[in-house]
Ligand binder design. Structure first.
Ligand code: GLP
Length: 241
């Protein structure tokens, strides 16, 4: 695991965007794993600037989102399908038919999850997976005690995660109780992982992920086993290392 500490949150986004950009430039039909949440927004903004000035092109690039809520319609502004469309697909001018988000509305979610795993495999696997980290150490929505071997599946959200994400909804009651998320096994299959975190609120999770024992109590600690994982954080997120 490579850990890079930058002074500011913007610098975190810029370096991560540079790594993602390199993958896109080196492989015409690259496959990118997309994360939601506030942490990767600076990455997408930086990549969008390069797309706008014509120095980077996402033509033919495929995307697979990490996770999705269960129980809210796709049109809901906080569904990850909506977030991925407005924060990633549109600004990066990606072909929307090449970008998938797990289906949280399927009648048979188990079948939909298997189908999602198959689609990733059919695309040749994920070249680079963008990750944020939850304050409790979750990646995607793999909450503490998630199996390291897990694949895309339905999960119950931890109460702390619902409380953290309530800021995106009108009230805590509106935050879904379940989600569909790529598993830790799915994430670990990506050829490269880039995890970003900013702010003191992530310092404990980063310390546990980077320096703690590898434990399902901190799902992000599994990255210690990945051959090509880069953790890019600002000084505040690094303050407990
Ligand atoms: C969310 C997402 C994660 C994200 C994490 C942190 O609930 N499912 O993919 O990394 O929690 O979010 P944020 O970046 O907003 O702090």
């Amino acid at each position: 695991m490579e850990v890079v500490i930058k002074q500011t949150a913007d610098e975190v986004g810029a370096l991560a965007a540079e790594l993602i950009g390199r993958v896109v430039e080196s492989k015409p039909r690259a496959v990118i794993g997309l994360a939601t949440g506030s942490s990767p927004l600076a990455i997408y903004a930086d990549l969008a600037r390069r797309v706008a000035d014509g120095t980077l092109d996402f033509d033919g690039v495929r995307g697979f989102a990490l996770d999705e809520y269960v129980g809210i319609p796709e049109e809901h502004p906080q569904s990850y399908a909506s977030v991925i469309r407005t924060e990633v697909v549109e600004p990066l001018r990606m072909d929307p038919t090449l970008v998938r988000v797990p289906d949280g509305r399927a009648i048979d979610i188990e079948v939909a999850c298997r189908d999602y795993e198959q689609a990733i495999a059919d695309a040749g696997g994920i070249d680079v997976q963008i990750l944020g980290i939850g304050a409790n150490g979750h990646i995607g929505f793999n909450e503490p005690t998630s199996s390291f071997a897990s694949r895309t599946r339905i999960k119950t959200l931890a109460p702390t995660t619902r409380a953290d994400n309530a800021r995106f909804f009108d009230s805590l009651d509106e935050v879904p109780t379940h989600c569909v998320t790529q598993g830790l096994g799915t994430i670990m299959n990506a050829r490269r992982l880039v995890l970003v975190a900013q702010g003191a609120g992530k310092a404990d999770a980063i310390a546990a992920a980077v320096e703690g024992p590898v434990s399902s109590m901190c799902p992000a600690s599994v990255l210690q086993f990945h051959e090509h994982a880069t953790v890019i954080i600002d000084e505040a997120a690094a303050s407990k290392l």
